[in-house]
Design a binder for this molecule. Structure first.
Ligand SMILES: [Ca+2]
Length: 244
């Protein structure tokens, strides 16, 4: 009798879940984040499933460095960084002329205002020609594409810690235009200029050039494009990641 009740409960549960799924809007072709990112032709894509490995696209490799370990991520595993000396180096160099997009999933372990230092997300740092995405000690996210001056977004600090968020930033030096997307939605835009031709090493979780910007928390599913993703592209990536 108990077994029968359980079976009925399980069937009811599955039906309820299936019902939920069918009422959610879906995009045809959604096959998870990994397939969607690969289909979008990035120049590098690091899924961070292990302490070191290869980009899903192109020939570059990544390696966790210092206080960085492999743990549970937004999709599969992620790099968990200690905020002291953990970061992820790569062999990706430059690859960006006038247009670029960058995606990173982050899960901060504390607010940068509590850690009293910047949390570098990812980029290609070079003095006088930035391509840098970072949280600063006012807990705002800033995207630098010149030698200073940034597009910024202030996420709700209450949602910033111990939750995964998808960040995408785009730069178009021709337009000019810059956009920050947060969890698939555009949240900041400008027509500020960007300096073209990024040639420096791509890093995650700390800037090897500016230093001391060790992110405390998780980083996952980081991708780099040499083109501008559209708002529809970004929304589709977020949907691919969050539609089960
Ligand atoms: Ca992953």
């Amino acid at each position: 009798m108990l077994k029968l009740s359980l079976s009925i409960l399980i069937i009811l549960g599955v039906s309820a879940l299936t019902g939920c799924k069918s009422t959610s809007p879906t995009v045809s072709g959604v096959a998870g984040l990994g397939a969607s990112v690969k289909a979008s032709s990035p120049i590098a894509y690091y899924r961070l499933e292990a302490a070191k490995g290869s980009s899903e696209i192109g020939a570059s490799t990544y390696e966790l460095t210092g206080g960085a370990t492999v743990g549970s991520g937004s999709t599969g595993n992620a790099a968990l960084l200690d905020g002291k000396d953990g970061w992820i180096k790569t062999t990706q160099m430059g690859g960006i002329a006038k247009t670029a997009s960058l995606m990173a999933w982050v899960n901060l372990a504390e607010l940068p205002s509590a850690a009293h230092h910047y949390f570098y997300v990812a980029g290609e740092s070079q003095g006088g020609n930035d391509f840098d995405l970072q949280f600063e000690t006012d807990d705002k996210l800033r995207f630098f594409t010149t030698g200073g001056g940034a597009l910024e977004y202030a996420p709700d600090p209450k949602t910033l810690v111990n939750q995964w968020h998808m960040i995408v930033v785009t730069m178009d030096a021709d337009a000019p235009a810059k956009v920050i997307y947060w969890d698939g939605q555009p949240v900041a835009k400008s027509q500020d200029r960007s300096t073209p031709n990024k040639t420096a090493a791509f890093a995650m979780g700390n800037s090897p050039v500016f230093g001391g910007r060790f992110l405390h928390g998780g980083i996952d599913e980081v991708a780099l494009w040499n083109r501008v993703l559209s708002a529809d592209d970004v929304a589709a990536l977020y949907k691919a990641a969050t539609t089960k």
